[in-house]
Design a binder for this molecule. Structure first.
Ligand code: GTR
Length: 328
């Protein structure tokens, strides 16, 4: 059977009802995950859950709830901050409105490559982001990959910034992305991930932007036929633990959780490479037209006012922006 997004939402609703009916227990951890079973992040999170449950001899029983059934990402961030959820895999995009330092990671083209992003996040600069998250009650134990995000739409291939003019493009919940799309002449609509498929089919949206695995697993490729390799955003994701849940652990169990979170990120990054390839193939086979963008510099230049506006509003973050740019 072909799994349509309709089937997913039916599954999502019933799983959510079960999840909400469960009493919260000190030794049972609930984890939020936006992706479906089989997605690289899901596989890694499930491995994390299983390993922690086993290694703590069930002092902690860890369960992952997939498909965003526990809420959309901005809600889940708040729930994890308050300790209502115990852990989650969050993209740093929707984190910006809450942890302003992480907006630096949402600046278009800030990383020159995925390898550059990994080096930065695994090093001292990555620790600065983890510290900023910790101040908002989120303990980031490791960083996942989420590839490079590119624009896709129902209307036409995008080769130059002017091709974006007039297109209604969904963005994640962060004003920086509104500025980004407007700088290209498009109309940006911040919207929850789970609502995008429907909006593409009804014409509320002309397009969105994402990496191959999400473009494919969300079924957006069934509706949006043009995928253009702008690769404008390379954003890391965290495996984040609620501070309250983290502090309730013994030092021994913290060590187990930390160790397994690092293993999960290694696993996720490996699965990501293969998953991206498979998703790419699947969308090509389905007839999606993919085009390279030869003059990426033209898109980058349009981002100058976005950077200028960001630095003007956040002068204290300029050195962090510079540190990343010069670390390449
Ligand atoms: C995916 C990411 C999700 C979510 C989604 C979106 O690539 O893994 O966490 O942020 O994009 O576009 O909302």
């Amino acid at each position: 059977m072909k799994t349509t997004s309709k089937t997913w939402s039916a599954v999502a609703v019933s799983v959510a009802m079960v999840a909400m009916a469960l009493p919260a227990q000190a030794n049972s951890w609930r984890g939020w995950n936006i992706h479906p079973p089989g997605y690289p992040n899901t596989v890694a999170l499930e491995a994390f859950a299983e390993a922690v449950t086993e290694r703590t001899e069930e002092r902690l029983k860890v369960q992952v709830y997939n498909n965003g059934v526990l809420g959309d990402q901005p809600d889940a961030i708040e729930q994890t901050r308050s300790g209502a959820l115990d852990f989650a895999n969050f993209n740093m995009g929707p984190m910006g409105p809450i942890v302003k330092e992480t907006n630096v990671l949402s600046l278009p083209f800030i990383f020159s490559s995925i390898e550059h992003m990994h080096e930065v996040m695994d090093g001292e600069i990555g620790q600065q982001f983890a510290d900023a998250l910790a101040e908002k009650n989120l303990i980031a134990l490791s960083w996942f990959d989420s590839g490079a995000r590119s624009l896709y739409n129902t209307e036409r291939p995008i080769s130059t910034p002017d091709d974006v003019r007039g297109l209604k493009i969904r963005v994640m919940n962060n004003d920086l992305y509104v500025d980004m799309i407007e700088a290209l002449g498009g109309n940006a609509t911040p919207m929850a991930y789970g609502e995008v498929y429907q909006s593409l089919t009804t014409g509320v949206l002309d397009g969105a932007e994402n990496n191959y695995p999400s473009f494919e697993s969300s079924n957006h490729y069934e509706v949006a036929e043009y995928y253009s390799l702008t690769e404008h955003l390379i954003i890391p994701e965290c495996l984040c633990i609620a501070k309250a849940s983290w502090e309730a652990l013994s030092p021994e169990d913290q060590e187990i959780v930390r160790d397994e979170a690092i293993k999960a990120s290694t696993m996720q990054r490996e699965l990501w490479v293969e998953g991206s390839r498979a998703s790419h193939q699947k969308v090509v086979d389905a007839g999606v037209q993919i085009n390279e963008v030869e003059d990426k510099a033209a898109f980058q230049e349009r981002m100058d006012p976005v950077y200028a506006g960001f630095i003007q509003a956040n002068p204290e973050l300029e050195s962090l922006v510079e540190a990343i740019r010069s670390s390449n």
